[in-house]
Design a protein around this ligand. Structure first.
Ligand code: ADP
Ligand code: GLC
Length: 491
């Protein structure tokens, strides 16, 4: 099949979270099976044009009654199969993408012109196909920034030269929908009848994702449990009605992990690789982690790691909320060490900095570091992820692959990937709790620390169980193919 991925993020070019990992890894997995995959991305400022090849000539993109001119660059996705490489196309437009930040910058977290930028991007996807004379079987859009792709297909392009193309839309995070003043609607060049018929209308605002969910031939999200949860008012972010309406076309397909990058047997960022047969490298990683973060070197104390965007979704309020969160009492009462890598909301960054001055067993690096994220996954004994909601979550799967036991809330993809510890049988791969409260987090971390000191053989057995589990993309890629085929069948 010919499949085009439209996304605002894809590693290694642009990343703010798991979306970037998922888009590239899925593309590679599909290419390995033999499908023809192309990705279209904006050419953000940090993507160096001199490392790309420019296509000849410019391309006109109709937006807002006029036309925006843009150049197109291309390269191969690193890690592509030699015989069937994934091509990446970059849409180059100085005014829209020639600036720092993907969606915003700290002083302007959501750029004022985002509706215009991403309307332009979605339109440009079709123009790229025309320019290279390649019409895909499936246009696969990811999250709200690409959600107008299925809309443009249904209301216009399908009646033109995209008559044989179908669309799929993946929800990586329902918390972000692209809701803007409807004054921005004219950038789409669609009529006001379409505004209402396509379901753009959201209490008199314009909702990108809602329109995409109505227009796409097939929909999915990134775990079966989150697909169920999003059809309820608790987790539906006001779109549960739309998702229930489309439930016959809506699936949950679990993400995989890129086992070339996240694999303790070949990890380049850790001091010594390891595997089930010889776990000594894990102890080396723990020592290196303690040294890197300035914690007292001690192989016998449990280390709890966290790598996270510091935002409400991730449950950071219940961990770090001033005079409320559980971090202070966890570190004060328990014989453990905690390391954190993350960045995000300023209040949370400040609270974390303050805690790391006051507590000798809590150390944090505010920022983004690939190397340190690998070291934390490998060197920690436990990995804490108390998410408020979690469409899939990648870090808990990385943890399992590295023999690090996740401590997670029983929600979304976390519930699909972690099995709770059973003290009677020793079964399980991690520690789970239901309610997002500081005391539930305190108690569950306490339970894990208790097991570390008192049930050592069960802990070691759980590590092995987790490492044996396969979270490869192959299985998921096949499910995507089934979804594409189902969409094509009704075309
Ligand atoms: P989300 O996409 O909601 O943030 P995921 O668990 O799906 O959550 O993916 C997060 C990805 O971002 C992982 O690959 C994780 O390692 C990475 N990540 C998040 N914060 C950092 C950071 N500060 N440094 C390095 N990697 C990070
Ligand atoms: C989103 C979700 C996360 C998921 C990722 C990749 O960022 O928050 O749970 O793993 O997308 O699909």
């Amino acid at each position: 099949m010919k499949i085009l991925m439209a996304s605002s993020e894809a590693v290694p070019f642009a990343k703010t979270g798991g979306l970037a990992d998922a888009v590239s890894a899925l593309s590679l997995a599909l290419a390995k099976i033999g499908h023809e995959i192309k990705i279209v991305l904006p050419r953000y400022y940090n993507i160096n044009r001199s490392e790309l090849t420019q296509l000849e000539g410019e391309m006109g993109v109709p937006v807002g009654g006029g036309e925006e001119w843009s150049a197109v660059y291309t390269t191969e996705l690193p890690g592509s199969p030699k015989k069937n490489p994934v091509a990446v196309y970059f849409i180059d437009h100085e005014q829209f993408f020639g600036r720092d930040g993907i969606y915003g910058v700290p002083w302007e977290p959501d750029f004022l012109d985002n509706p215009r930028r991403f309307t332009f991007f979605c339109r440009a996807v079709f123009q790229v196909c025309r320019k290279i004379g390649w019409y895909p079987d499936v246009l696969h859009a990811h999250d709200w920034p690409a959600a107008l792709v299925p809309v443009f297909l249904k209301y216009g392009e399908k009646q033109r030269d995209f008559s044989k193309t179908v669309s799929a839309l993946t929800i990586h995070n329902l918390g972000y929908q692209g809701v803007y003043n409807k004054d921005n609607f004219h950038y789409t060049n669609l009529g006001w009848d379409v505004f209402y018929n396509a379901g753009f209308d959201d209490w008199n605002m314009m909702n990108f994702l809602k329109a995409g969910l109505n227009a796409a031939d097939k929909l999915n999200t990134v775990s079966p449990n989150y697909a169920r949860e999003t059809q309820t008012s608790i987790h539906g972010f006001r779109l549960d009605g739309v998702l229930r309406y489309r439930s016959a076309d809506y699936l949950g397909i679990l993400n995989g992990i890129d086992t070339n990058v996240w694999n303790p047997q070949k990890d380049k960022f850790i001091p010594k690789t390891y595997g089930i047969k010889d776990m000594s490298g894990k102890a080396d990683a723990k020592a290196a982690l303690q040294e890197t973060f300035g914690l007292p070197p001690n192989p016998d104390v449990p280390v709890v790691g966290m790598i996270t965007r510091l935002t409400e979704q991730k449950g950071v309020g219940e961990v770090f909320g001033p005079a409320y969160g559980s971090a202070w009492s966890i570190c004060r009462d328990m014989n453990l060490q905690v390391v954190l890598l993350g960045s995000g909301e300023p209040w949370c960054e400040n609270e974390i900095k303050s805690l790391s001055y006051r507590l000798s067993n809590f150390k944090a690096h505010i920022g983004y570091s690939e190397k340190e994220s690998h070291l934390i996954e490998a060197g920690s004994d436990f990995f804490l992820m108390p998410s408020r909601y979690e469409p899939c979550g990648l870090n808990q799967m990385y943890s399992l692959a590295y023999g690090t036991l996740p401590i997670v809330r029983n929600t979304g993809g976390l519930a699909d990937t972690v099995q709770n510890f059973n003290e009677e049988t020793g079964a399980g791969t991690g520690f789970m709790f239901d309610d997002l409260t500081p005391s539930a987090i305190y108690n569950t971390v306490g339970w894990a620390v208790w097991a570390y000191y008192n049930r050592r053989s069960q802990i070691e057995a759980m590590r092995i169980t987790g490492m044996k589990h396969s979270f490869s993309w192959e299985k998921s890629a096949k499910k995507y193919i089934e979804m594409y085929e189902a969409a094509c069948a009704v075309r």
